[in-house]
Design a protein around this ligand. Sequence first.
Ligand SMILES: [Zn+2]
Length: 297
Amino acid sequence: MAKLVAPIVEDDAKSQPAEVVPQAVKTRPAPVRRAAPTSRPRPGELICGDCGEGNAPTRKFCRRCGNSLAEAEVVKIRWWRRIRFRRKPRVLAAGTRPARPGDSKKRRAFQSTLQRARALVGAMLLVFGLLAGFYPPLRTLVTQQVGNVKQKVRGAADTALTAIRPVSVQGTKGPANNPPKAAFDTFKNTSWITAWNEKKPPNLVVQLDHPVALRKAVILTGDAKNFAGHSRPSVVEFTYSNEKSDLIQLKDIPGPQEIALRNAVGVSKITVKVLSVYPAPDAKTIALTEIELFGIG
Ligand SMILES: [Zn+2]
């Protein structure tokens, strides 16, 4: 029976490694440890699975530790980050530095303060918005303030308008003291009074000395001294020399009513027709104190 035995080594020297030239001590590469990325990983970048560094999506190997990025995760932005306005990464021209070495620290401190301030303002606006949305008194206040600003803007636009004075006023006649032109004489104590006839609507024909763009009319209905004594116009039609018209619905109030005119561009003649009235009980007459015209031109 054969026995399995190890061969007897005669020469011990044969099993020893050959001599080598002395070499520098090899240092073992430091094991890769996860560390904070050197910059905030931006959306789309690849996060190294070994060290945590953010890498441009085109890279195959980590720029810090050299490991493969084949299975690296892509950076996603959280929804609340997406809401915030984020500054685009600054691209520097060749040969320029992000900052001078002397002020880089100060600048960085300033920028982080700025960033924090922006975040705070954003949060405050959000909270205010929610409060304003859900808390009715605050909501009313906000609406009012917005309205005030709007009105101021409109007011500024109004100051650009000038009063447009007609050169002649004709129309349906009435008592001698209340002619058609009384409606355009700028006096609040004189009024145009005429007979009311629904089938033959009373009118005023207003001539201007040159074409203008009318924007606004301020109308005072009724007779200033006797508001209830005559019927008051309720629907009035302005027909212009440009063949367009504005239909105006008036309220039954003694004060001035401001009406926007939308179709009166390039107008030199206006026909005002009273189409219906708020009837006075015992009167067959209508009264209109004043029509003031405002526009450009
Ligand atoms: Zn890495």
